[in-house]
Design a protein around this ligand. Structure first.
Ligand code: B4P
Length: 194
């Protein structure tokens, strides 16, 4: 199996690039943001709980997202590999993911971290908010809260994987295709080493 994490602040292009990466490499896409939005649209109890956090730009509690990822891994026994998008977002989620993958006798091959300036992030998310209908994209103070949450809780996830020498920084500004080429170069290098 080849498993990778696409990492970066809100609006760095994780969702955008994931679509292209799964098409090229045949990986199973697991986006906790998408899974949570699906729970919200189906009005499940989990979705109702998650919405209270997401509307404020806060992270959803670890046990909720870890449970969701665990079920998603179970539901895809034949995957050739997973692309984790927006997960893990805390060191506790990272540790839980490592344990879940260990049970499947596999591990994370690489974390690709997209680098984008804060002003560019805010610009992109406000623009998406004009059409996406996502309530967390329309209000600049909620967007800024998501970026603060990223610095306070999520940035440490890169330190966690750095200990295992698994982090590669990739330029996240420029055209979608240029960024995609940068990501593919790094994946192909890793695949050659595996
Ligand atoms: P997510 O759904 O993960 O989304 P995101 O961080 O907003 O965005 P992403 O980086 O995927 O951006 P995208 O490609 O779409 O999280 C939403 C919320 O869910 C979180 O705030 C949190 O509350 C909760 N959550 C999710 N996972 C969680 C977890 N593990 N633990 C706890 N809580 C969790 O790009 C954004 C925009 O930029 C798009 O409009 C795109 O078109 C544009 N764009 C992309 N690339 C571009 C480029 N190169 N140039 C210009 N624009 C570009």
């Amino acid at each position: 199996m080849f498993n990778l994490i696409l990492f970066g602040p809100p609006g760095s292009g994780k969702g955008t690039q994931s679509e292209k990466l799964i098409a090229r490499y045949g990986l199973k896409h697991l986006s906790t943001g998408d899974l949570l939005r699906s729970e919200i649209s189906r009005q499940t109890p989990l979705g109702q709980e998650a919405q209270r956090f997401m509307d404020k730009g806060q992270l959803v509690p670890d046990e909720v997202v870890i449970g969701m990822i665990s079920s998603a891994l179970e539901a895809n026994p034949d995957a050739v590999g997973f692309l984790f998008d927006g997960f893990p977002r805390t060191p506790a989620q990272a540790e839980a993911l490592d344990k879940l993958l260990e049970l499947k006798e596999t591990s994370i091959a690489v974390m690709l971290a997209l680098e984008v300036s804060e002003e560019e992030l805010v610009k992109r998310l406000l623009k998406r908010g004009e059409t996406s209908g996502r309530s967390d994209d329309t209000n600049e103070s909620v967007i800024r809260a998501r970026i603060v949450e990223y610095h306070n809780k999520t940035a440490a996830v890169a330190d966690y994987y750095q200990k295992f020498n698994k982090v590669v920084m990739v330029k996240g500004e420029g055209s979608v295709d240029e960024i995609f080429d940068g990501l593919c170069r790094e994946i192909d290098k890793k695949k050659d080493q595996n």
